[in-house]
Design a protein around this ligand. Structure first.
Ligand SMILES: *Cc1c(COP(=O)(O)O)cnc(C)c1O
Length: 361
């Protein structure tokens, strides 16, 4: 093969390997279960707030502190507003947190099987990292994150983990916090609303100044299209995060995001109702596909991680795709036998079960 020559200026360009988001199919009438979106519309309060927005409101810059939205979140979590930080999806918040807190030059730790954006940010920001293998049951091994005294620059993991959906207990996370008072520990709670109540460690940000918890509106609040994420942590952590934010882009939150995000947070009843529907569909769907012949670890998220015992995951992924059903398949070591299937509406999941039964028959 002929080697492609780089132009002189290209030598000076930063090259990096980007994250690959799940496919957004163009055709209509597909069952889209590949990016963990919520199948239900956002709260009717959001729709109402959207109707009331006027083009005139877009003339001025938004409030750089996103005070209304931050206050709604502060009320919701019973913390002072000074301990909330919002951004353009939790991806933005996490990227900013990596930039702010993982600057020691020492390696950060995260699991080998986890949110695939972590290594991308680490590479982009030239943060050294080491991955710690999950155990044979896909659990994060607490011991791997202890006794690191002074050797590491930070820890980050999602809880529940992605793409496994497996929850780590508060007790185990407490052990990690107790063992690591000298670094920032980030717990990415993108899916925590779908877990058993009392699983979050958000309240521990009161006691652990070095704990940052991130959340998103994309999954449990049905607002992936708006791009809102946030972090809760100590005032000190927020101070440092804001220093970076105001050195980079002061207006991360646009006016519609602030207004509509606030409306979403204020409607707790609708939020609880839709989350509960997804949890109950998840439990029904897990039972159904286990009966058909899948290994499925217990999920605490709005997706299941499922290994068909009678066909390769890749073949099933392809067959489903041709039938207009989109799952997520990761062609990676250790998880190449699994599919990540987002929980849609009960009707969608019934159609998926029928499709799989027919395929197997
Ligand atoms: C979806 C997801 C995010 C990002 O969410 P956005 O708020 O949409 O940027 C972060 N972490 C994990 C583990 C996720 O699955």
């Amino acid at each position: 093969m002929e080697e492609k020559l780089e132009a002189a200026w290209e030598v000076n360009v930063r090259k990096t390997v980007p994250y690959v988001p799940g496919e957004q199919p163009k055709q209509e009438n597909v069952i889209k279960l590949n990016t963990n979106e919520n199948p239900y519309p956002p709260s009717p309060e959001v729709a109402e707030a959207l109707r009331k927005l006027t083009a005139g409101e877009l003339r001025k810059y938004p409030d750089p502190a996103a005070s209304k939205l931050n206050q709604a979140l502060a009320d919701y979590h019973h913390v002072p507003v000074s301990r909330i930080f919002t951004g353009v999806g939790s991806d933005d918040v996490l990227a900013m947190a990596f930039m702010t807190f993982f600057h020691s030059g020492r390696k950060i730790l995260f699991p080998d099987i986890t949110y695939s954006f972590y290594p991308v940010w680490a590479n982009l920001m030239e943060i050294p990292f080491e991955t710690k293998p999950l155990d044979a049951k896909f659990q994060i091994r607490t011991e791997d994150y202890l006794q690191q005294n002074g050797r590491i620059g930070g820890i980050v993991f999602p809880n529940p983990n992605a793409p496994t959906g497996i929850l780590k207990s508060r007790e185990e996370i407490l052990r990690i916090l107790e063992g690591n008072p000298d670094i920032v520990v980030i717990v990415d709670e993108a899916y925590i609303d779908f877990a058993e109540e009392g699983s979050s460690v958000l309240d521990l940000t009161d006691q652990y100044e070095n704990l940052l918890v991130t959340r998103t509106f994309s999954k449990s609040r049905s607002l992936a299209g708006l791009r809102i994420g946030y972090a809760v942590g100590s005032e000190k952590l927020m101070g440092y995060l804001n220093q970076i934010k105001y050195s980079y882009n002061s207006y991360t939150m646009n006016t519609p995001s602030i207004v509509l995000g606030t409306a979403s947070v204020r409607d707790e009843a609708y939020f609880r109702e839709t989350v509960e529907k997804i949890r109950s569909t998840r439990s029904w769907f897990t039972d159904e596909i286990r009966k058909i012949g899948f290994s499925v670890p217990e999920s605490s998220a709005n997706f299941v991680f499922a290994k068909p015992d009678w066909m390769t995951a890749r073949e099933l992924f392809q067959n489903a795709r041709e039938a207009g059903i989109f799952f997520r398949y990761f062609d990676q070591p250790r998880i190449g036998d699994y599919l990540r299937i987002t929980i849609g509406t009960r009707e969608e999941m019934e159609r998926v079960v029928d499709f799989i039964k027919n395929l197997k028959a």
